[in-house]
Design a binder for this molecule. Structure first.
Ligand SMILES: Cc1ncc(COP(=O)(O)O)c(C=O)c1O
Length: 392
């Protein structure tokens, strides 16, 4: 298949999300060297805008050259030394991944498991932390993309701070789609990825560390095991002497700058409201179709809605028809939810009202063909009503 044959999909999965032509256009600017002073301005612009998005004054706020998983590795590899005790809150697939990475960094990992579909509970965490004094860090996923659950980070940070541990927060699916206030909430280490609510292609992973977290990184007696994700050297390139560490993905950095500029033009609050508005429409539509939502009420993500696949309906057939007949990508279930759930993302540029109606009407047609009883138009009018109510 040559490049011109690649299909134009409507990206309503768990990411990547749609990339605006302005962002794609920015990627076609000339490649300059990673040590060219002209590029330093781009780097500074990106870091400044990332600070705004994370709501932080942390000097160490940079994009890591990797996807979100690389930022998870960066957080763990720099903070954790072999033998350190950490606790990871697991309420889905990405909590499991975080615990795995922490273990690979040599930590003794304590686990606090919460059933899939439920949020991490602050009181349960408080009780658990009492059983583990002397923890170096506690990791938690803000927006669990496998279940569609949002945990309330502000409350969890209060508990982690009381215990005197550093906090590691995964905001891969929340940053740009839900509020993330690093400084107000007291988050020490927070990371994300470009391909979800930030609206750029996959390839960079913003991370921010508080001065306290950077102090821990600077003073650790052992070498960070990873050369590539070693923050001290990355700091020298991004913040200080511009010393060569690795060749930056120049054009991805242009893309991120443009995507962040678009966020600033829209306004962070407006953008978060846009995600909430379309999510309200989608949830109402899905429920009117008779499908049940998997995430606990009150903790449902706006950028990603999880629903259970009705009995007798074949997961692969429906997603295949959406992709092949409608050019719509949605996500399947992960881990415990594999084969049982669909995940519909309305993230960044994909968080548009027209996409809500497109995916609902396609689902109505496909499900009806699969023998599932559908009241045609019901999901669309429910979505319309929910959006109108939101606007009131
Ligand atoms: C919550 C969460 N954390 C981490 C990741 C890993 O990111 P990536 O796939 O960009 O490496 C993802 C990816 O979907 C995610 O949703």
């Amino acid at each position: 298949m040559n490049q011109s044959q690649l299909p134009q999909r409507m990206l309503l999965g768990a990411g990547p999300s749609t990339v605006h032509p302005r962002v794609l256009q920015a990627m076609t600017m000339p490649v300059v060297g990673h040590l060219d002073p002209a590029f330093f301005q781009v780097m500074d612009d990106v870091c400044d805008m990332l600070r705004e998005v994370f709501h932080t004054e942390n000097k160490m706020t940079v994009p890591i050259s990797s996807t979100g998983t690389g930022a998870m590795e960066t957080a763990c590899a720099n903070v954790i030394e072999p033998g350190d005790e950490v606790l990871i809150c697991r309420n889905g697939y990405f909590g499991i991944r975080l615990a795995d990475i922490a273990e690979r960094c040599g930590a003794t990992v304590h686990l606090m498991d919460t059933p899939w579909g439920k949020a991490v509970d602050p009181q349960m965490l408080r009780d658990e932390l009492k059983r583990h004094p002397g923890l170096k860090a506690v990791g938690v996923v803000h927006a669990e993309t496998s279940t569609g659950v949002l945990s309330f980070i502000k409350e969890l940070m209060d508990v982690i701070r009381e215990a005197g541990a550093l906090s590691i927060v995964d905001a891969v699916t929340s940053l740009g789609g839900h509020e993330v206030r690093m400084d107000d909430w007291g988050i020490d280490i927070c990371y994300s990825a470009t391909q979800k609510c930030l609206g750029a292609p996959p390839g960079l992973a913003p991370i921010s560390l508080s001065p306290a977290a950077m102090d821990v990184v600077s003073k650790r007696p052992t070498k960070v095991q990873s050369f590539y994700f070693n923050l001290k050297d990355l700091e020298a390139y991004w913040n200080a002497t511009r010393a060569y560490h690795h060749t930056s993905p120049i054009n991805m950095t242009y893309a991120l700058r443009e995507a962040l500029r678009m966020m600033m033009e829209e306004g962070l609050e407006n953008r978060i409201q846009r995600h909430a508005r379309v999510a309200a429409g989608l949830r109402a539509g899905v429920e009117a179709l008779g499908l049940s939502l998997l995430a606990e009420e009150g903790h449902r993500l706006n950028p990603l809605t999880t629903l259970s696949i009705p009995d007798g309906v074949e997961d692969a057939k429906v997603r295949g028809a959406l992709l092949n007949d409608y050019d719509i990508e949605i996500g399947g279930g992960l881990g415990e939810f594999a084969g049982k759930a669909w995940r519909i993302g309305l993230m960044g540029e994909s968080a548009r009202e027209k996409n809500v109606f497109a995916v609902l009407s396609a689902l109505e047609s496909i499900l009806a063909k699969e023998g599932y009883e559908v009241a045609f138009g019901a999901s669309l009018s429910a979505a319309q009503r929910a959006i109108a109510t939101f606007d009131e």
